[in-house]
Design a protein around this ligand. Structure first.
Ligand code: G3H
Length: 491
């Protein structure tokens, strides 16, 4: 794909949808404007598809899926590798689109795209390892050697992939690539903000040779077509990343349909007396404020031992004060406008609640439109919303604790259970705490993070259901198929 072909996608600035290998226009004539969160500038429009068009796209994906499942794995692997190559050729352009569309700094955007190309390549490699097992019956009491189960893995059918705004390329591809590797077809619902970048990603897979209909896109307001898509009888599996509220709603309405949900978090950074406080402060600040705190794995609260709290807080404060705020196109900017003014108002409401209940705002606390300045809040107590709610913005509460048990108790009291981290030089304590935390992953002496992408990534409690991460995702989007051989003696 060359740069010209990239431009073709947004002729007239109205983005079409990929349907059966072609970019087609919706008949509704209804469009949704995409504006940059940086300055409100118009970037293009996406189409609000009708329910009939949704049906058509899903029917088409269902029709071609069986043929795709029959396609030799080595061919699927070739296509995925090609997609990775094409994506890699376009890191710069896609990063530029992302910067404008979701207000993330250029370096992080470029690394999102590069990381996605790597992800797709790793998925292709993992696809080569897909296999099954044979299970002899005679280990079970009373069974003989003539019965044997041959277990292979088969695709689920049509996967509905719903990605969020914060990593539109990476969190779309990390659903699409493993789904395709396993032999599923995919219907992709891009996030409204982030859809332009996501549609380009769809074109990358299209150009790489994904057969017509095996990947279709559906744009429109989640609030208008989301439920319709999710309960559609020809959708066999839903892979969703987004808010806990929407995830829980989806899981209620889809009845027996299997889902993989990656939702919100309230990741704690637990800092013990013997921690390297410089290392802890550096990790905490980058974990909490990068991409303006709009990461599910952001550090969302500090639980620090009383005896070292003042020292740690001083180090964190000094770093937060230095964070560069402004236009993400400028070098070094970390905190920019949030994705919407509504998000910023929500973050502000958490800060106000904490202030009213006696917390001390050490840095920031102010908002201008959708921009919330990096905010550090000390003396947060458990009656404050900031102790429990996920802000998805650049605000970090500090809760002082007096024992390891208290840290574990407060951490586990959260409805969420995505990740957590512990800073200490004592591996025994680290392991003890890690074992007790009710989360998917605990990082020792590092901030929470999803990558590298072949690690398992999962949330428990309100943070999700199911496990992602290359081979885990392939497994989640396939199921065992057992063929039991009942053999006669040949004599
Ligand atoms: O927002 C949720 C993302 O999965 C976070 O990914 O930890 O790699 O930044 P990350």
């Amino acid at each position: 794909m060359n740069k010209e072909q990239f431009k073709d996608l947004h002729q007239d600035k109205v983005f079409k949808n990929l349907y059966n290998g072609e970019w087609i226009e919706s008949s509704t004539g209804k469009t949704i404007d995409i504006k940059s969160p940086i300055d409100g500038n118009y970037l293009g429009s996406i189409q609000a598809m009708s329910k009939e068009e949704v049906d058509k796209a899903i029917d088409n994906a269902a029709e071609v899926q069986k043929l795709w499942a029959e396609t030799p794995i080595n061919k699927r692997v070739d296509i995925l590798n090609r997609a990775a190559d094409i994506l890699e050729e376009h890191v710069e352009e896609l990063a530029d689109i992302l910067v404008l569309e979701i207000a993330k700094d250029k370096k992080s955007c470029a690394s999102e795209v590069q990381r996605t190309a790597d992800f797709i390549r790793f998925t292709a490699d993992a696809a080569k390892q897909m296999g099954g097992e044979t299970i002899p019956a005679d280990s079970f009491p009373g069974m003989k050697k003539n019965k044997i189960s041959v277990v292979t893995r088969v695709p689920l059918g049509v996967v509905l992939a719903i990605a969020p705004f914060n990593y539109p390329i990476n969190l779309s591809a990390s659903k699409i690539a493993p789904a395709l590797a396993a032999g599923n077809s995919v219907v992709l619902k891009p996030p409204t903000q982030g859809s332009i970048a996501t549609l380009y990603l769809a074109e990358v897979f299209n150009k790489a040779g994904v057969p017509a209909g095996v990947l279709n896109t559906i744009t429109g307001k989640g609030s208008e077509i989301g439920d319709y898509l999710a309960v559609h009888e020809k959708i066999d599996f839903i892979n969703f990343t987004g808010s806990t509220e929407v995830g829980q709603h989806l899981s209620k309405i889809v009845a027996m349909k299997p889902l993989l949900l990656e939702l919100g978090g309230k990741d704690a950074a637990i800092v013990l007396e013997d921690a390297d406080l410089d290392e802890a402060a550096t990790n905490i600040v980058s974990g909490a404020y990068s991409y303006s705190g709009q990461r599910c794995t952001a550090v969302k609260r500090i639980l620090v031992m009383d005896s070292i709290a003042d020292e740690l807080v001083a180090k964190v404060k000094a770093k937060v004060e230095k964070l560069k705020v402004g236009d993400p196109r400028e070098e070094g900017v970390v905190v920019s406008n949030l994705i919407s003014e509504k998000s910023a108002e929500f973050v502000e409401s958490l800060i106000t609640d904490a202030k009213e209940k006696g917390a001390k705002v050490l840095v920031g606390g102010n908002r201008e439109g959708s921009l919330v300045y990096p905010t550090l809040v000390d003396n947060v107590t458990l009656d404050m919303r900031l102790a429990w709610d996920e802000p998805f913005g650049p605000v970090l509460p500090i809760i002082r604790i007096s024992s390891i048990e208290e840290a574990i108790e407060i951490s586990n009291k959260s409805d969420y259970g995505l990740q957590g981290c512990v800073f200490t030089k004592n591996i025994d304590k680290a392991f003890y705490i890690a074992n007790k935390l009710e989360v998917g992953t605990v990082q020792v002496n590092n901030k929470p993070e999803r990558g590298p992408d072949h690690f398992p990534f999962l949330g428990v409690k309100a943070s999700g259901m199911g496990t992602q991460g290359i081979r885990y995702s392939i497994e989640a989007m396939s199921r065992p198929k057992a063929i039991v051989l009942n053999l006669n003696n040949v004599e």
